[in-house]
Design a binder for this molecule. Structure first.
Ligand SMILES: Cc1cc2nc3c(=O)[nH]c(=O)nc-3n(C[C@H](O)[C@H](O)[C@H](O)COP(=O)(O)OP(=O)(O)OC[C@H]3O[C@@H](n4cnc5c(N)ncnc54)[C@H](O)[C@@H]3O)c2cc1C
Length: 449
């Protein structure tokens, strides 16, 4: 066969193919069209998703986590003329906050699980179960597996992703294998189901947990989880050790309380090793490798460092200087540099606020007001998000510690710093009850009231 002709035909076929059209559409925006040979699945993606004619500005919120749910509700509250659509690739919501007490049997899965549809009905916006593929800022379109949506404002609240390259796992296949066998339990609800089963079926030996370095999601949660796993082993009088490898030089938050808990409650169960810079995992051999040592385990939960959603990098709005690929956004208004139509909130934000649900919730109320004001040609004053975080330490009954803080902008350093911080690092049953009341209040606000 004539090789040149074969190459030409292949190239023409490729250009006619759905994936090329999809790629052209995503890169080139509105210009792409369907052809007769475009596979139906791709045609669906290239069409406008079923949407009514807008009554007012269309706002698309990507991600129905703590940030996106709060955002959708408060956008409607601040401007009932907005046409708000919340998109999430998950069909239902499962809370990460309070998931560690759930691992230890202190709350039910029902308590953590809520319906996106109910939230949307109660607050007057639309929820679509759709996975976002990308967006084009020129044509103001968001492409999903259900078709594309047009927007006047776009809010990106897609949360975080794991970055396994920072623990020496570069091969995507190996990353997937590590995720599947030893999930970190910080991104998807199904990871939590796997982890609960691991804890319940553990027969003894070394159960390894890791704490990532960098600006990771929920500073206290890996230490809280170590306490909850140790509490289960202690209750079962299991001959088991929780080996907590911390990539940081020490406990990053509520250090006094967690140090005391590790010694007083779990001296026989938790071995805590700070400054454990992980640079490899032998998945089949069940070993974690650090710069100086290797640690064998019988089972593990491996939480690697994290990064902002790759959707942000793919759209060309990530800060190239930032190892976590956070977006280049205005630190006070949250919009993408030079684009007052696109905002990034929640754990994907660029500001160094604690990556917590409560932070995301209070921040989203402020940013919803910023967007509502922008639509009216107005501005509002910056206000700090609030971080409030409970950490479960003991069980039967649940006993917790807590921290509450705000942030201020320091003009000298040009950085944000903590402001008005209050730490309660003594755990007790009142703290445990307060944590349940806090979560209930948050769920009420995001879903029902
Ligand atoms: C174990 C654990 C314990 C925690 N404990 C606490 C606590 O006690 N207190 C506290 O305040 N915080 C806690 N947190 C942190 C809290 O869960 C996060 O900070 C919070 O979820 C951040 O909200 P978010 O909306 O930014 O991200 P998320 O809640 O992760 O939501 C992101 C959403 O975006 C969706 N999404 C992503 N990509 C796409 C796409 N391409 N298409 C469609 N949808 C997409 C996801 O499905 C997800 O629903 C804890 C976290 C963990 C893991």
């Amino acid at each position: 066969m004539n090789k040149t002709r074969h190459r030409r035909i292949s190239r023409r076929r490729f250009l006619q193919s759905g994936s090329a059209l999809l790629a052209a559409s995503l890169v080139g925006g509105a210009g792409a069209a369907e052809s007769a040979t475009t596979p139906p699945a791709v045609q669906r993606i290239l069409r406008r998703a079923g949407a009514s004619e807008a009554r007012g500005p269309r706002v698309i919120v990507v991600g129905g986590g703590w940030s996106g749910l709060t955002m959708a509700k408060y956008l409607m509250r601040f401007n009932p003329r907005f046409e708000v659509t919340l998109l999430d690739r998950r069909e239902s919501f499962v809370s990460f906050p309070l998931s560690s007490p759930w691992l230890a049997g202190q709350v039910s899965l029902d308590f953590l699980s809520h319906s996106f549809y109910e939230a949307a009905n109660n607050h007057g916006y639309r929820f679509m179960h759709a996975g976002v593929i990308g967006f084009d800022r020129e044509s103001r379109r968001v492409y999903t597996d259900k078709g594309y949506f047009e927007y006047d404002y776009l809010v990106l609240a897609p949360g975080i992703e794991y970055d396994y390259t920072r623990i020496g796992i570069d091969d995507p296949f190996e990353q997937q294998r590590l995720f599947q066998h030893y999930p970190g339990g910080f991104v998807a609800g199904s990871e939590l189901l796997t982890i609960k089963r691991k804890i319940e079926s553990f027969n003894g030996g070394t159960f390894l947990l890791t704490v990532p370095n960098g600006d990771y999601r929920c500073s206290a949660a890996p230490y809280e989880r170590a306490c909850m796993v140790a509490a289960v082993f202690k209750r079962q009088r299991l001959r088991a050790k929780v080996l907590l490898l911390d990539m940081n030089p020490g406990i990053t938050i509520k250090a006094e309380g967690f140090t005391r808990a590790f010694e007083e409650l779990y001296g026989d169960y938790i071995e805590y090793l700070p400054s454990s810079e992980i640079n490899g995992v032998d998945i089949d051999g069940r070993r974690v490798l650090t710069v100086f040592d290797e640690y064998r385990f019988d089972d593990a939960v491996i939480y690697p460092p994290i990064r902002a959603s790759s959707m942000i990098e793919e759209a060309g709005i990530a800060n190239p200087e930032d190892p976590q690929k956070a977006p280049s956004t205005d630190p006070f208004l949250y919009n993408v540099a030079g684009d007052p139509r696109v905002y990034v909130t929640g754990d994907s934000r660029s500001q160094p606020f604690s990556k917590g649900g409560h932070t995301a919730h209070s921040e989203a109320q402020y940013v919803a007001e910023v967007i509502a004001a922008h639509a009216l040609g107005r501005e509002i004053r910056w206000r700090s998000p609030q971080t409030m975080c409970f950490s479960a330490v003991d069980i039967d009954p649940l006993e917790s510690m807590s921290i509450i803080t705000y942030y201020k902008f320091d003009e000298h350093s040009g950085q944000f710093a903590f402001d008005r911080t209050h730490v309660v690092d003594d755990w007790d049953p009142q703290g445990g009850q307060a944590s349940l009341a806090w979560a209930e209040g948050m769920f009420e606000d995001m879903f029902y009231r």
